[in-house]
Unconditional design. Structure first.
Ligand code: SAM
Length: 409
């Protein structure tokens, strides 16, 4: 007899597929119908699989990830021809890459099984959209996730046995530092990473890819931070926006491009000394933006700004450390000042839509950081005397700007 839950899922899939038009945009909203189709297909697959099949699927994923990472390192994918119907034998691939042919065959097998590459009836190998794309940016993000997060993550059970079954919260002792045998070194995660310039580079390039996950503009109206004529008369130097940990200034540049009411001279970019030097040298921030070297663990020097903005900073830190950073700003805030935190937002109840955010949360955990829910932010704000006044959600993305202000009572 037919399984009614399976038939109803398949009917739903057929309906979605009938209305499906491949997206042209790359933003989360445009991609949503495709994501819905993929998630539903996965649901159908899982409804059919028994637990033993899931173990087999996980084993394949493990072998697939290790094979991809290894073959990226050995620069094998770029040697597989990309022309229509073109293939290459293991022997030819071995000659071109200098990798033993039998090793190649063993690493390529799981990739044929998963669909990452193809194999013809004569045994030769062909590329796919995946193997071609992994040669460039997506591959770098994969490498970032593998080298910096997966490797320490595989030791999480061991880490928790030593440190107790609680969230890692320190920037000095966490799965990343344990994995690098540096938990006694007194070095932060970044300092450990900086010791390996190649790895640091992968991390930074990979991060630029992650940039789109927390869109900069389009959902919080930065124009509202422009100074009114009365405010300008009272204090012409009042700051509209302080971008704390703002990097070399790409974010303020984007904000000022899209929100024309903001005057660059009322915008401040703060970061560590070397980053501000770089911003100054590269002239990334628009003319007029004030560049300030500032360590956000120390008291905030800009008093009474309309908004203090952190983008993609808080998820690197535990609640204790985020509270410490916020406490540096609270004394500088005016009654109408706002704290704005742009980050990923986890839902209270997980759905497949936010799967990637949940994955990144576990990745952040490796370095003692975390992604947060709306309630997590509310509790964090409350702990330092702030009220959460609004959440501005980025359309179609699991991200937003969380807005806080001083408590009024
Ligand atoms: C993940 S990046 C985010 C950059 C930028 N906000 C964005 O969204 O592209 C984190 C930034 O925080 C800065 N940062 C880290 N620790 C800092 C500190 N103690 N004081 C000031 N900035 C810091 C880093 O230099 C880096 O530019």
């Amino acid at each position: 007899m037919a399984d009614p839950s399976l038939t109803s899922l398949v009917t739903e899939l057929a309906k979605l597929a009938a209305d499906y038009v491949p997206p042209t945009g790359h933003d989360a909203a445009s991609q949503a119908p495709k994501v819905a189709l993929v998630n539903l297909s996965k649901k159908i697959m899982y409804s059919l699989m028994d637990p033993g099949m899931l173990v087999q699927a996980h084993s394949l994923q493990m072998a697939e990830m290790v094979s991809i990472r290894t073959l990226l390192d050995l620069k094998v994918f770029e040697k597989i021809p990309t022309g229509d119907g073109q293939t290459i034998t293991a022997k030819e691939l071995s000659e071109k890459s200098g990798v033993q042919d039998t090793l190649l065959e063993r690493l390529l097998r799981p990739l044929v099984a998963s669909g990452f590459i193809t194999q013809s009836s004569d045994g030769s190998y062909g590329s796919t959209k995946f193997s071609q794309a992994y040669i460039s940016f997506p591959g770098l993000f994969f490498t970032l996730m593998f080298d910096h997060f997966l490797q320490p993550m595989t030791d999480l059970p061991k880490y928790l046995k030593t440190h107790g079954p609680v969230e890692p919260t320190s920037f000095y002792v966490n799965p990343y530092s344990d994995y690098h045998q540096a938990s006694d070194s007194g070095l932060t995660t970044w300092e450990i990473m900086s010791k390996d310039p190649e790895k640091l580079k992968t991390f930074q390039i990979g991060l630029t890819l992650g940039d789109t996950m927390v869109p900069v503009t389009g959902y919080y109206d930065f124009d509202q931070l422009a100074l009114t004529p009365e405010e300008l008369e009272r204090d012409p130097d009042r700051v509209s926006l302080v971008d704390i940990g703002g990097g070399v200034g790409n974010v303020v540049k984007r904000i000022l491009q899209d929100y024309k009411k903001l005057n660059p001279k009322n915008v401040v970019l703060q970061d560590q000394d070397n980053i501000i030097d770089m911003a100054d040298k590269e002239k990334t921030p628009p003319e007029g933006v004030r560049l300030v070297k500032h360590d956000f663990w120390g008291p905030q020097p800009i008093k009474g700004a309309k908004a203090y903005y952190f983008r993609r900073v808080f998820h690197d830190y535990s609640d204790e450390l985020c509270a410490k950073a916020l406490r540096q700003i609270v004394p500088a805030m005016a009654p109408d000042s706002r704290i704005l935190i742009a980050d990923m937002l986890l839902p209270d109840i997980m759905t497949e839509k936010e799967a990637h955010t949940a994955a990144l949360d576990v990745a952040c955990m490796v370095m003692g950081g975390k992604e947060r829910t709306e309630d997590d932010f509310r509790r964090l704000f409350d702990s330092v005397g702030l009220d959460l006044v609004a959440i501005h959600r980025a359309p179609g993305a699991a991200a937003g700007v969380v807005e806080g202000k001083l408590k009024t009572e």
